[in-house]
Design a protein around this ligand. Structure first.
Ligand SMILES: [Zn+2]
Length: 71
């Protein structure tokens, strides 16, 4: 589901969502688990496709290059 090239450091804008800003549940594409409300996390917005922005656990975002989930 996740297009790998979309998430290169040069290809995305990232920012940290503070716990108080996290008011919804998101699905993290790194681990396919939910990010519950109230948990600080990353949001990554591809320059090429802002509509495809995704919310990631901070650990999943930082580890996305080394940890390659297989389906
Ligand atoms: Zn995750």
């Amino acid at each position: 589901m996740v297009h790998p090239d979309l998430w290169h450091d040069d290809a995305v804008e990232t920012r940290f969502i503070q716990p108080y800003q996290a008011t919804k549940t998101y699905l993290c594409p790194g681990c396919n688990r939910e990010i519950p409300p109230g948990l600080g996390h990353m949001v990554a917005v591809p320059h090429e496709a802002p509509d495809l922005r995704r919310h990631w656990h901070r650990g999943c975002w930082n580890g996305r290059k080394t940890r390659r989930p297989r389906n």
